[in-house]
Ligand binder design. Structure first.
Ligand SMILES: CC(C)(COP(=O)(O)OP(=O)(O)OC[C@H]1O[C@@H](n2cnc3c(N)ncnc32)[C@H](O)[C@@H]1OP(=O)(O)O)[C@@H](O)C(=O)NCCC(=O)NCCS
Length: 176
């Protein structure tokens, strides 16, 4: 069988420092998908420092595909970025920040495998739920999550996400 006829396989693994360039590429692709291509301000250096230093601010799973059984020459095609947070009513939470699979690899079950791994991590770390944001027009993803049992906290409980930007932080920090 010629190499182009060999079926590609995928695997999900924890991200390593060497994955930062590909993670940044996927973050930018997701931002473009969300119609905010210029919103990504972080750099590979930020990712390296914030995800792989002595006190990681995020964790990441990557999905890679390869035509070879030993996953040599694998390409990163998807990722899930997450971190831990805390809710005084619920306790430990796993917060899914970014979740993305490249268009041409969707429908292979990669997203399902990423969610399975995230669920296992959440359970192992005694998290009581997983939170995430979805922009209101992203109907395919809303349906994808709903089919897996997610509830919409904005419509069911009326929560809105707010932000203090850096300017506000500086103003408040200075006591103005
Ligand atoms: C959401 C997302 C990560 C899911 O990844 P995925 O690898 O396609 O997930 P799966 O293969 O496990 O499942 C795909 C689902 O779409 C369906 N599907 C089939 N072919 C598809 C295709 N070519 N493209 C998209 N979805 C397809 C599958 O039937 C499946 O539905 P079901 O399992 O709920 O019945 C991916 O669609 C994505 O990156 N979307 C764009 C970015 C995005 O919206 N991210 C989430 C932001 S909150």
């Amino acid at each position: 069988m010629s190499p182009e006829h060999v079926v590609s396989r995928f695997r999900v693994r924890p991200a390593e420092p060497r994955d930062c360039p590909e993670i940044l590429r996927l973050i930018k692709e997701l931002a473009a998908y969300e119609n905010m291509p210029n919103a990504v301000k972080i750099t590979e250096t930020d990712l390296l420092r914030d995800g792989f230093g002595s006190r990681p601010f995020f964790h990441c799973l990557v999905a890679e595909v390869s035509k070879q059984e030993d996953m040599q020459d694998a390409d990163v095609v998807g990722f899930a970025m997450y971190y831990y947070t805390y809710d005084p009513w619920i306790g430990r939470l796993l917060y899914l920040e970014d979740f993305y699979v490249m268009d041409e690899f969707r429908g292979w079950g990669i997203g399902t495998e990423l969610l399975k791994r995230l669920s296992q991590i959440a359970i192992e770390t005694h998290c009581n739920c997983m939170h995430f944001l979805v922009v209101v027009w992203n109907k395919p993803s809303i349906e994808y999550y709903m089919r897996r049992g997610a509830s919409d906290l904005s419509t069911e409980e009326g929560w809105h996400l707010f932000r203090f930007d850096k300017e506000n932080l500086i103003r408040m920090a200075s006591g103005e």
